[in-house]
Design a protein around this ligand. Structure first.
Ligand code: GLP
Length: 240
């Protein structure tokens, strides 16, 4: 794994943008694996600016998102589907038909996992963007998830519910389960770009980069990927 330590959040976002823009320019019909959370917002802002100012086109780009809260309809403002429209897709010339994410309001969870797994089998990510949970999760793969797992539904860890509650008006509204790509779906990407910012990610970054490769720290599986770049700011790199 290649690790780049940036001075701050803006520098981290800029370096990430350069890598993402390279993929989009070299392959106008690339498949981008995308993530939610506050970490990628600086990158997404730069992608929108670049599309508007320089005409970089996303017309033929396809996207697959990592995860979605179970029980939330795609139109719910707290759903990851809404997050992606609001923070990225609405600012690009992308065709929404080419954007894929789990259906949080599916009536049959097992069938939904199967459906999304098939989507992913047909859309291998040219690049997969990842954030890190403070407990070392990637997407919603909590500690203990088998590395061989594919799309599945998970009960969220207490720490994840607590971390994510800041984005909800009411803590009791935070869903307790979610659909997620499994580590196997993530590892199929040709390239993986991991971003982490802030002191509360320092333990997860340490575990992902220098820790033992173990299912108890899901991000440690990334050490096995042949082309994984992690960009972290100084605070997140504190234990490296
Ligand atoms: C959620 C998402 C993850 C994301 C993590 C970190 O749990 N499922 O994909 O990486 O939050 O979020 P943030 O970037 O807001 O710290």
């Amino acid at each position: 794994m290649k690790v780049i330590v940036a001075n701050d959040y803006e520098e981290m976002s800029q370096k990430a943008f350069e890598i993402m823009a390279d993929v989009v320019k070299n392959k106008p019909d690339a498949v981008l694996g995308l993530a939610t959370g506050t970490t990628p917002l600086g990158l997404y802002g730069r992608m929108i600016k670049d599309c508007k100012a320089n005409g970089t086109s996303y017309k033929n780009i396809k996207t697959v998102n990592l995860d979605e809260y179970a029980g939330l309809d795609g139109n719910n403002k707290n759903s990851y589907a809404s997050f992606m429209k609001e923070n990225l897709f609405n600012g690009l010339d992308i065709d929404l038909k080419n954007t894929h994410i789990e259906n949080g309001s599916a009536s049959d969870a097992e069938k939904e996992c199967e459906r999304y797994n098939k989507v992913l089998c047909g859309l291998k990510q040219d690049i997969q963007l990842l954030g890190l949970g403070s407990n070392g999760h990637i997407a919603f793969n909590e500690p203990g998830t088998p590395f061989g797992a594919e799309v599945h539904i998970v009960n969220l860890a207490e720490s994840t519910i607590r971390d994510n509650s800041r984005l909800f008006d009411n803590k009791k509204d935070v869903p307790v389960s979610a659909y997620t790509m499994g580590p196997k779906n993530i590892m199929q990407a040709k390239k993986i770009l991991v971003l982490a910012s802030g002191a509360n990610k320092a333990d997860a970054v340490y575990g992902a980069v220098k820790g033992e490769i173990s299912e108890s720290l899901p991000a440690s599986v990334l050490q096995l990927h042949p082309d994984c770049i992690m960009i972290v700011d100084k605070e997140a790199a504190a234990r490296l």
